[in-house]
Unconditional design. Structure first.
Length: 58
């Protein structure tokens, strides 16, 4: 695995953690401040995650 793919794999793992944190927040306390902070973080991690999937598929 190249360095770029390794970095994208790490970002993909972080994106998974961020979406799980958002879902746990939604299913339990639904704290708006936490969602407001985690939402953009998840969004920023989502795009590199997509590029990893497309680079592996090609």
């Amino acid at each position: 695995m190249t360095g770029v793919l390794r970095a994208l794999a790490a970002l993909s793992a972080l994106e998974t953690v961020s979406v799980l944190a958002l879902l746990i927040n939604l299913g339990t306390v639904h704290d708006a401040t936490l969602a407001r902070v985690l939402g953009p973080i998840h969004g920023a991690l989502y795009w590199p995650s997509l590029s990893r999937h497309f680079s592996v598929a090609v």
